[in-house]
Design a protein around this ligand. Structure first.
Ligand code: GH3
Ligand code: MG
Ligand code: MG
Ligand code: MG
Length: 297
C-alpha cells in the first residue's frame, strides 16, 4: 500500500520542520504555513490526515476545521489539533468540532507518531467499510446504494457545467425462464458474467455502472451525447449476445440477451435525476414490448 499523505499546518517554520522529521520517512508529508494554504492543499491532494495548529494569523485552526467539515471531499479527513492552548476548554472545543484527537505543545515526537498511526488505522477501516457498503456482494460491481448516491451528485455536476448526461437501464431478457431451466446457481453465474462484461465496457472517466435491481443494471455516462450513448448501448447489447450463454427456452434467442432503455438529461420530460430514471425505464419497457434484445431511446 502507498504511504499515507499527511498535511502539517503550522505558522511556526520550526514546528513544521520538527513535525515533518517526526513523520518522515514513514509517511509522505506536505506542509502549509497558514489556514488558507491548508484548505487549498487539502482540496487538491488526497490527504489522509491533517495535523493542525490552532493559533495562526488569518484563518485559525478552528475555522480551518469548520471549512474542511463543510466540503464533501474533505469532511472525512481526520484532523488532529496540535496546539499550545492546553486548557481543557480548548481541547473540548476542538474535539466537539470534530477533531479526532488533540495534542498539546510542547509535543513529544513518539506520542505524535503513535496518535497519527492510530487515526490512520481508523481511517483505513472506515474507507474499507465505505467501499464495502457500495459493492454488490454477488457481482462485485457497485450496488443500488452507490447508484442512488451518485446519480444525484452526477446530475448536479452536469447541470452546473451545462453538459449532457445519459442513463441506461439494462435488463436481462427472460431471466426467470433462465433460472427455471438452468437453476438459480447458474442464474447467479450468468448475472456475474453479464455484470462484469457491462462494467468492462464502461470505463471512461466519470462513467459508472451499478446493479440496479435483481437482473437489472444501470449505467450513467457524463458528459455524453445521446447518440454516442445509443451506440454504446448497442455495443453492450452485442457484447452480451456474443458471450453466447445458452438460453434454450428463451422465446427471443438461443442465447442470453439484454434489453436497454436510454434517457438523456435533454430527453423530453426529464427535469431531474428521478425523471431521468423514469424515462429510461419507460424506454426499457418499449424495448421489451418491441421484442427484446434491443435498445430504445
Ligand atoms: P423480461 O424479459 O420481461 O425482463 O423477463 P424476466 O423473466 O427477465 O423478468 P422477471 O422480472 O419476470 O424476472 C426476473 C428474474 O430475475 C426473477 C428472479 O428470480 C431473477 N433474479 C433476480 N435476482 C436474482 C439473483 O440474484 N440471482 C438469480 N439467480 N436470479 C435472480
Ligand atoms: Mg501557531
Ligand atoms: Mg427486470
Ligand atoms: Mg428481465
Amino acid at each position: 500500500m502507498e504511504r499515507a499523505l499527511i498535511l502539517v499546518v503550522d505558522d511556526d517554520p520550526l514546528n513544521l520542520v520538527v513535525l515533518s522529521q517526526t513523520l518522515q520517512p514513514q509517511y509522505r508529508v506536505m506542509t502549509a504555513r497558514n489556514g488558507e494554504e491548508a484548505l487549498t492543499l487539502s482540496a487538491q491532494h488526497p490527504v489522509d490526515l491533517i495535523l493542525l495548529d490552532i493559533k495562526m494569523p488569518g484563518l485559525d485552526g478552528y475555522e480551518v476545521l469548520k471549512h474542511l467539515k463543510n466540503q464533501s471531499d474533505t469532511q472525512s479527513i481526520p484532523v488532529i489539533f496540535i496546539s499550545a492552548n492546553d486548557s481543557h476548554a480548548d481541547e473540548a472545543k476542538g474535539l466537539e468540532m470534530g477533531a479526532m484527537d488533540y495534542i498539546t505543545k510542547p509535543f513529544s515526537p513518539p506520542i505524535v507518531q503513535v496518535r497519527v498511526k492510530n487515526q490512520l488505522t481508523i481511517k483505513q477501516k472506515n474507507d474499507l467499510l465505505e467501499k464495502l457498503v457500495s459493492i454488490d456482494g454477488l457481482t462485485e460491481i457497485n450496488n443500488r446504494r452507490f447508484f442512488d448516491e451518485n446519480i444525484a451528485k452526477e446530475w448536479r455536476r452536469t447541470a452546473r457545467s451545462n453538459e449532457e448526461m445519459v442513463m441506461l437501464i439494462i435488463d436481462i431478457d427472460h431471466f426467470k425462464l433462465f433460472n427455471d431451466n438452468y437453476g438459480h446457481r447458474a442464474g447467479d453465474e450468468c448475472l456475474k458474467l453479464v455484470a462484469t462484461t457491462i462494467k468492462s465496457l464502461c470505463q471512461r472517466g466519470s462513467d459508472f455502472v451499478a446493479r440496479y435491481g435483481g437482473e437489472e443494471f444501470a449505467a450513467v455516462f457524463s458528459p455524453c451525447a445521446l447518440e454516442d450513448a445509443i451506440k454504446q448501448a448497442e455495443r453492450l447489447q452485442k457484447a452480451i449476445y456474443d458471450l453466447m450463454i445458452p438460453h434454450q427456452f428463451s422465446p427471443t434467442s438461443d442465447y442470453v440477451t439484454i434489453s436497454i432503455g436510454v434517457a438523456s438529461s435533454r430527453s423530453e420530460g426529464v427535469v431531474d435525476e428521478n425523471s431521468l430514471i423514469e424515462v429510461a425505464d419507460k424506454h426499457l419497457y418499449m424495448a421489451k414490448e418491441a421484442g427484446r434484445n434491443q435498445v430504445k431511446a
